[in-house]
Ligand binder design. Structure first.
Ligand code: ZN
Length: 139
């Protein structure tokens, strides 16, 4: 596992992740296709195979879009001049476009954050917990 260089700041790495670029070099892409993460950077060969963003990107997407859509839902709910089907159509389009734009960027951001911090969760896997219990019991 390649570690981030010491001169790399969190701001730079996270900005590169947000742009779906390698947090180390900023040249290679983090995602192939819409959401599939690459195993290593095509430019600098940084390893991303051990990183899994899990539900973090979806959580950020819902958090951001919720702050846009819920106020609009309240507005449309109070305004009787806008037909319900138009309100639903507008909200659906906003949600679809918002998810299309935000979700891959949030995934790049999470991959960059996990890569920078080394918080892959591998030490929390069930096998490693069993080993630590055995170590603890021996003492
Ligand atoms: Zn790279």
């Amino acid at each position: 596992m390649q570690t981030p260089s010491s001169s790399l700041s969190y701001g730079t790495a996270l900005t590169r992740g947000l742009r779906r670029r390698c947090p180390q070099c900023g040249i290679g892409t983090l995602l192939c296709g819409y959401l599939k993460p690459v195993t290593e950077c095509e430019a600098c060969k940084s390893d991303f195979s051990h990183i899994s963003a899990d539900d973090g990107p979806a959580w950020v997407t819902i958090l951001v879009l919720g702050h846009v859509v819920v106020p609009l839902m309240l507005y449309f709910g109070r305004d009787d001049s806008i037909p319900l089907w138009i309100a639903c159509a507008i909200l659906s389009v906003i949600m679809l476009i918002g998810v299309y734009v935000i979700l891959p960027r949030a995934k790049g951001l999470f991959i960059a954050l996990i890569w920078m911090t080394g918080a892959t969760g591998e030490d929390m896997a069930p096998n490693s917990l069993d080993q630590s219990d055995e170590t603890h019991n021996r003492q």
